[in-house]
Design a protein around this ligand. Structure first.
Ligand code: GDP
Ligand code: IMO
Ligand code: MG
Length: 426
């Protein structure tokens, strides 16, 4: 029986979770996604083929392995169907190996319409969301007025629930000529998906428990990153779900003992797409250089990602709130050409020195980073598969991070491809 691992993003998303989950999925029987929705974009590169997954767990590329979507996810059924069709086009057969929890809330076209209106009219700054309807769908879930996968199988109830949306979302829907406001249309489109969902709907919590008892290995896949967590991230510049370890428990209906190891994915520098505080952001040529070297453009929206130095202060917070045991450090190769590399090891807020994220996260927008500068290694690490073969200065950089955070390094990624990986812990 292998270890049941949980993979979580440690920054603001796009750390390279897709690649890491794909690698670890090779050793697991089941990969289970627990939160978020089609706001995620998880990239996997196998030889010369690139896959970008949004809703489907990143274990799907391994033939014969089971993938599960838990109740904590918000699932856009139409985006899901498109993603499935794309997989089939690329020769990936998902028959009998995809489970969807009946308790999963749906993201429906009107959620995107509402988001488009709300994003324009916020009194605070625009949140710069992915516009995938995530926030409005989670609002409905928490307000106990959402429509769930199970409702698709009860057409009368589905119709009633959709009609109720017209009542509660009157100001967005009545009189709108946007087709996303057409609930009749949504109803008919949903009914067409009944057979598809019937083949997948599974009590995910129960099925995972059964698999666990049988000694199967389960990999839990997080989306986004800890700093986007709705409770513990940079609120309100966050997503609407718990992206951290706790989200896996409630988003799949599993107990804490089912997780043996929490693997945090840390990009070797920091990126953020969308609005919100980012203390180590580089708004100069160097930031531009990191974006170019790292090809930092969103996998879902294509938006340029903001780039900056690694921030150990918020990573300490992230290791603590997730109970991170080991880390996978990605995109080391992107730093290859830099003569010097800075790492943020403290913050200054006015006269105060801070070594931890301030409790009032709004203060994060006002802190000044205190840096430790490390020498760059100025040589090509792309594709390196052996830690000992890395330049000493690159090893020092990695060890500096692990020592500060008090965690072990499980993997180092030295390129986008599956093979471009150093495995440290087996
Ligand atoms: P995720 O959302 O955390 O799965 O990450 P994304 O897929 O959105 O973004 C990570 C990007 O970095 C993708 O384009 C990956 O193919 C790429 N990538 C992952 N690991 C590495 C690496 O070690 N080096 C380089 N150069 N690219 C990487
Ligand atoms: P993966 O799983 C990076 C960001 C958005 C925005 C904020 C809220 O690929 O790492 P939302 O649409 O969720 O309401 O947007 O969160 N965001 C992400 N940034 N990677 C992601 O997912 C993200 N999902 C959401 O840019 O700032
Ligand atoms: Mg991504």
């Amino acid at each position: 029986m292998g270890k049941n691992r949980l993979v979580v993003g440690c920054q603001w998303g796009d750390e390279g979770k897709g690649k890491i989950v794909d690698l670890l999925a090779a050793e697991a029987d089941i990969t289970a996604r627990f939160q978020g929705g089609a706001n995620a974009g998880h990239t996997i590169v196998v030889d010369d083929t690139k896959y970008i997954l949004h809703l489907i767990p990143s274990g799907i590329i391994h033939s014969g392995k089971i993938c599960a979507i838990g109740n904590g996810v918000v699932l856009d059924p139409f985006a899901f169907k498109e993603e499935l069709d794309l997989l089939v086009e690329r020769g990936i057969d998902y028959t009998d190996r995809l489970w969807v929890s009946p308790a999963t809330n749906l993201v429906l076209p009107y959620h995107k319409l509402i988001e488009a209106v709300e994003e324009k009219s916020r009194e605070t700054a625009n949140l710069d969301t992915t516009m995938r309807g995530i926030g409005p769908a989670y609002v409905d879930k928490v307000a106990r007025q959402g429509i769930r996968v199970v409702d698709i199988f009860a057409p009368d109830r589905l119709k009633r629930r959709l009609e109720y949306q017209r009542v509660i979302k009157d100001k967005y829907l009545t009189g709108s000529d946007d087709e996303r406001a057409d609930l009749e249309r949504t109803y008919h489109e949903l009914i067409k998906l009944t057979d598809l969902f019937r083949t997948m709907v599974t009590d995910v919590s129960l099925a995972l428990h059964k698999a666990f008892k049988e000694g199967k290995t389960i990999l839990f896949e997080g989306a986004q990153g800890a700093m986007l967590d709705i409770d513990l991230g940079t609120y309100p510049f966050a997503t609407s779900s718990n992206t951290t370890t706790g989200g896996a428990l409630t988003g799949l209906g599993i107990g804490v003992r089912m997780i043996d190891e929490v693997v945090g994915v840390v990009k070797a520098y920091t990126t953020r797409v969308g609005a919100g505080p980012f203390p180590t952001e580089l708004v100069d040529d160097l930031g531009e250089e990191l974006r170019r070297q790292g090809d930092e453009y969103g996998a879902t929206t294509g938006r340029p990602r903001r780039c900056g130095w690694l921030d150990l202060v918020f990573l300490r917070h992230v290791v603590r709130i997730n109970g991170v045991d080991s880390i996978a450090i990605t995109k080391l190769d992107v730093l290859d050409d830099l003569p010097a590399i800075k790492v943020c090891t403290g913050y200054k807020l006015g006269d105060r020195q801070l070594s931890q994220v301030p409790l009032d996260l709004a203060e994060l927008g006002h802190v000044k980073p205190v840096y430790t500068e490390l020498p760059g290694w100025l040589s090509d690490t792309t594709g390196t598969t052996d830690f000992g073969a890395l330049p000493q200065k690159a090893q020092d950089y990695l060890n500096f991070i692990a020592d500060d955070l008090g965690v072990k390094i499980r993997l180092v990624s030295t390129g986008a491809k599956r093979k471009e990986t150093i495995t440290i812990l087996t």
